[in-house]
Design a protein around this ligand. Structure first.
Ligand code: UDP
Length: 448
């Protein structure tokens, strides 16, 4: 038998990128490959990774103690990540080769194209991995290559394979003028992530049935291969808790709530709301008359109206962090009010929970657009032009629309249908499963 491929998985150093790549790595190992996930020392310290059977190794981003937060600014962080990351990644690859356990392939995050250069120098097969939707990735690619013009205020554009979109439907980095310069910013990272050739293999954390049209369009420019959703389909097996311990009280509290009665509210691991927006959200949830479980991270907590935390918790519980997959799979949860990070969106789709889509920046507005207009699994909040806020009345309207409105049943049906498609895609012989089998065969052939 030929030797199995030995894969180095390199996510961008953030939880939202680490978690899907780890899920993917676990599937590769289940199909006979060996895999090691490589994180920065700082991320490894805070993430409390339960990666088994994937091995874990670390490199340095130059900020081993505080990661991104200890850099003077974003540009310094990004520059140091490329410099120190390239060097320490190269050392790791050499160490493994010297120990007669050489990596044969690197799956690298599309946000780290510099890592592909390192891997190629060492003769590794390189495969790109995008943790955003095909739609968002396609927009970045089309805008960067001049295939698509971002519409002006009041105008519309229809990117290939997508419905007509107004400016506020686009991922926010396309509006960042720094994307055109040489300075390193998140906009330049996002826009330049697909410097690939037509036969370069790019894996997407998505599935054909979800993003069929845009997947086909993008295939004109790169070898798009959907391998998702990279979500553990059983909530119990979630492997990346933060060290800020998951809160069991919320599970017990949910157990006491009737089926479909509760709105789950979370803005993910990074997003921050203004104090005024927190007040509107709190008032809107109260006004909806629904039960709610709201994740407010420690650093956001002082923005809550003081009287809000003192109210009795029967109708609404505020926690600092929760086991999101267990929450989404709990029968009491009838709606997810989400910032539409791609992981949260895929998790809601995989567990069949309809959404109130409250996208803030980056890829989230485009994900929110798809939730409402492409997949019909939720409604999107509208921001008031005068205040720049999503008003309490709007929160109340959207929660009611999803929980009990005229189209509520239709959204629930669409959610159930996509939940089934997500599960089928990853089952034996499903679209993503077949794509992973082909990838594994390819990696093994190259290793032989
Ligand atoms: N998450 C969690 N508990 C929480 C809030 C979030 O486990 O209380 C997880 C969630 O399941 C998801 C990730 O954190 O996998 C957030 O990723 P996403 O891409 O949605 O947003 P980001 O944090 O990158 O903005």
């Amino acid at each position: 038998m030929s030797p199995a491929g030995n894969v180095l998985l390199l996510p961008w150093p953030a939880l939202g990128h680490l978690s899907p790549m780890l899920q993917f790595g676990q599937r590769l190992v289940a199909k006979g490959l060996t895999a090691t996930i490589v994180t920065t020392r700082y991320i490894n310290k805070i993430a409390d990774l339960q990666a088994d059977p994937v091995a874990v190794a670390t490199i340095s981003d130059g900020f081993d103690e505080g990661g991104f937060y200890s850099a003077a600014n974003l540009e310094e962080y990004l520059r140091t990540l490329v410099e120190v990351g390239s060097r320490t990644l190269s050392e790791l690859i050499e160490e493994r080769a010297a120990a007669a356990a050489p990596f044969t392939c690197m799956v690298y995050d599309t946000f780290t194209p510099w890592a592909a250069d390192v891997a190629k120098r060492h003769g590794l097969l390189t495969v790109a991995f995008s943790t955003q939707s095909c739609a968002v990735s396609a927009i970045y690619y089309y805008v960067n290559k001049g295939i698509l013009e971002v519409p002006k205020e009041g105008e519309k554009a229809a990117p290939e394979g997508m419905p007509e979109m107004v400016r506020s439907d686009f991922p926010s980095f396309v509006f960042d003028e720094s994307r055109k310069g040489s300075q390193l910013t998140m906009a330049t990272v996002a826009l330049n992530q697909f410097n690939v050739k037509k036969d370069d293999l790019v894996l997407f954390n998505s599935f054909d049935e979800l993003e069929n049209k845009v997947t086909e369009s993008l295939k004109k420019y790169m070898r798009v291969t959907n391998i998702g959703p990279c979500v553990p389909l059983s909530a119990a097996s979630y492997g990346v808790p933060f060290t800020e311990v998951a809160d069991e009280t919320c599970m017990r509290w949910l157990d006491g709530n009737p089926a479909g009665s509760t709105v789950y509210v979370s803005f993910g691991s990074i997003a921050s709301l203004s104090t005024a927006q927190m007040s509107e959200l709190a008032a809107g949830l109260e006004a909806s008359g629904k039960r709610f479980l709201w994740v407010v991270r420690s650093e956001e907590r002082n923005k809550l109206p003081p009287e809000f935390l003192q109210r009795p918790p029967e109708r609404g519980l505020v926690v600092r962090w929760c086991p999101q997959l267990r929450v989404l799979s709990h029968p009491a949860v009838g709606c997810f009010l989400t910032h539409c990070g791609w992981n949260s969106t895929l998790e809601a789709l995989s567990f069949g929970v309809p959404m109130v889509a409250f996208g803030l920046w980056s890829d989230q507005p485009t994900d929110a657009k798809c939730v409402e207009d492409v997949w019909g699994v939720g409604v999107r909040v509208r921001t008031a032009a005068e205040t720049g806020l999503v008003a309490r009345e709007e929160i109340e309207r959207c929660v009611r629309a999803v929980m009990e409105g005229e189209r509520s049943e239709e959204m629930r049906r669409n959610s159930r249908r996509l939940k089934d498609s997500a599960r089928k895609a990853l089952s034996k012989g499903g679209s993503s499963d077949t794509n992973i089998d082909e990838l594994v065969a390819f990696v093994n052939r190259k290793a032989a």
